[in-house]
Design a protein around this ligand. Structure first.
Ligand SMILES: [Zn+2]
Length: 613
């Protein structure tokens, strides 16, 4: 992240430019951070509109069984999490740090100055909820709630506001730079004197980077000899976020020391990952993470998921999840996992592969999540890197205290009842969501993992890669349950619950934006299910299920998705999603309206006991 100068000037100028009346300079002073910030912020009504629709979920697993060393490691890992949180916010918006600081120091100013402590507190909650200054509105638009620049697709990991056309034009004349510019863990800049000076200073601050990135300092020096904002260059995250990642590395080493005696394999993983953060190469950490046999603690650490990159869908954003294992639930799942190779061999595509029989899988309680990992997602499977996952496998982390959270299931059940005809109202059950999600994660393990001609899926399919991969995983889950049921491994009740969960999964409370891969692929499933008659709409506009068509419909769609992945042609993927993401006033809009009415809280604000919340 670039560190900018006088933050408050920006707010003041932005508020002034927007024609907003700032607080009286005599009362608050023109450089007062709070006055300009709040002056340009959402009105009380707009803040309340979102806060009224926010459910607060608190996660606070019991840590009393941990040893003193494990507890010390928890403290260090939470501190690394806070670093990842700030980096994530900064990677999303170039003014996030300014807003964060302003809200942290904002004094409780009385109404006489035109500001209220309550307003500042609400802005803090919004910032926490949206992990930065850009809200998702009730009608699903991204809009700042304080006076900052509107969001841009490339967020803050490309030059601010750059368009794809400019990147493409640069890559056309500099094809040798493609891998670096579109690298998963690089930050792209314009070759200005200021940018280059800031990046070159990183080598002085962290001399290890010279050893780990040979030649890079010289390249930046060469660019600095003739600065040109039309020239793009990329630096590894290790250099873009030098001080933060160096601090994270030190703390990971300290955490490793603390658990060395109780959990030596976890300690080794933490040290590997600490080094990875400086080398910008995650292989050692990923290998020791996925293949390690850990004690009670586990942690996802670093930049993995690319959902926030709405320009190319290739940049991974910082995250950390700290987890503690549920031993009994994990043992039960491992037993249930028997015939995973048989499922792979039955999938509707040609080039079947060998899958590891000992999938590293665990049920965990979330202690705290940071950055990209923060929220109520129910499971994680990593790493995404096709080479690493082929070599070492992928670890599956099921987030038990999120999956079974009673308030979250109650919302899902209300939505379900609002969407379907009365005959199906009781079909949803918590076990359906749990097992569908489990097999969704296993689904990432199975099927196509690179194009037929050997290219990585994310680079081949670019912006469509995430939507297709998530859709594959959803459909493999449905496919697997039908196979398990046919083999007698699960009963009718389990299958019915998974089927209901699979339909609920596709329902949308708003028309998805193109930059929302999950929602986009869910809508595509819904439309396909409707087209094939697996779902029909009754006279009241409610959904009717035709379970006898479920297996064939899901399998045919899975065949199509696997073929799109194997082909690796973004144009074909675009045509597929154009065909299947239609939105009509007759079916989709009334259904969405009923879901919105039924769901109650739209947003989920997660608080963590481990953070003193
Ligand atoms: Zn997934």
């Amino acid at each position: 992240m670039k560190r900018s100068g006088f933050a408050w000037t920006l707010f003041f100028v932005a508020a002034f430019a927007a024609g907003v009346t700032a607080a009286s300079p005599a009362a608050a002073g023109p450089a007062d951070p709070t006055s300009s910030l709040v002056a340009g912020a959402w009105s009380a009504e707009r803040r309340q509109e979102v806060l009224d629709k926010t459910l607060t979920v608190r996660l606070a697993p019991d840590l009393s069984a941990l040893t003193a060393g494990e507890l010390q490691a928890v403290e260090e890992l939470l501190a690394v999490g806070e670093i990842m949180q700030r980096l994530y916010e900064d990677a999303n918006h170039r003014q996030a740090a300014e807003v964060r600081r302003a809200l942290a120091v904002a004094p409780a100013v009385g109404p006489a100055e035109g500001l209220e402590a309550a307003a500042v507190e609400e802005l803090r909650t919004l910032y926490r909820l949206f992990e930065g200054p850009v809200a998702t509105t009730l009608d699903n638009r991204r809009e700042p709630f304080v006076a900052v620049d509107p969001p841009v697709p490339g967020r803050n990991v490309y030059p601010w506001g750059i368009e794809r056309g400019e990147v493409e034009a640069f890559l056309a004349t500099h094809p040798e730079r493609r891998a670096e510019i579109l690298g998963e863990r690089t930050v792209v800049r314009r070759a200005t004197a200021e940018n280059l000076a800031a990046d070159r200073a990183g080598f002085a601050a962290s001399p290890a980077l010279r050893q780990l990135h040979p030649g890079l300092e010289e390249r930046l020096a060469a660019l600095a000899a003739a600065p040109d904002p039309a020239v793009l260059y990329a630096v590894p995250q290790a250099l873009a976020w030098t001080a933060e990642l160096a601090e994270a590395q030190r703390r990971l080493f300290r955490a490793a020391d603390a658990v060395e005696g109780d959990d030596p394999e976890f300690a080794r993983y933490l040290r590997n990952r600490g080094r990875d953060l400086l080398s910008n190469d995650y292989e050692s950490g990923d290998a020791s993470w996925v293949t390690g046999r850990f004690g009670r603690l586990n942690a996802q650490i670093g930049s993995y998921e690319t959902y926030d990159d709405a320009l190319y869908g290739v940049k991974a954003f910082p995250s950390l999840s700290l987890l503690v294992r549920d031993e009994a639930a994990t043992a039960e799942l491992v037993r249930a996992l028997g015939g995973i190779q048989e499922i792979e061999d039955a999938l509707p595509y040609e080039a079947h592969k060998r899958v590891r029989a000992d999938v590293p899988l665990g049920v965990y309680e979330v202690v705290a999540d940071f950055g990209q990992a923060r929220g109520t997602n129910t499971a994680t499977i990593l790493p995404n890197d096709p080479l690493f996952s082929r070599r070492y496998g992928r670890t599956i982390l099921l987030r038990g205290n999120v999956m079974t959270h009673p308030e979250l299931f109650a919302i899902a059940d209300r939505e379900w009842r609002a969407a379907v005809a009365p005959a199906f109202a009781d079909a949803l059950a918590p076990e359906g969501g749990f097992h569908r999600t489990l097999w969704h994660e296993i689904g990432h393990y199975l099927g196509v993992d690179r194009t037929a001609d050997g290219r990585p899926l994310d680079q081949a399919l670019q912006g469509w890669a995430d939507a297709l991969e998530e859709m594959k995983a959803d459909l493999v889950s449905l496919f697997s349950h039908h196979r398990l049921h046919a083999a007698g491994a699960i009963g009718d009740e389990r299958l019915a619950a998974v089927r209901a969960s699979g339909v609920l999964r596709t329902l949308q409370d708003n028309r998805p934006r193109a930059d929302q891969p999950y929602q986009t692929m869910q809508l595509a499933q819904l439309n396909y299910f409707l087209d094939r008659g697996l779902l029909t709409v009754d006279g009241d506009g409610r959904l009717v299920l035709h379970p006898e068509l479920y297996d064939a419909t899901a399998t045919d769609l899975l065949r199509t998705v696997l073929a799109l992945q194997a082909a690796g042609e973004p144009e074909r993927a675009a045509a597929f999603f154009a065909r299947w993401t239609g939105w009509t006033d007759e079916v989709h809009e009334p259904l969405a309206a009923r879901l919105r009415e039924a769901q109650g809280p739209r947003y989920r604000l997660v608080r963590y006991g481990a953070l003193g919340e």
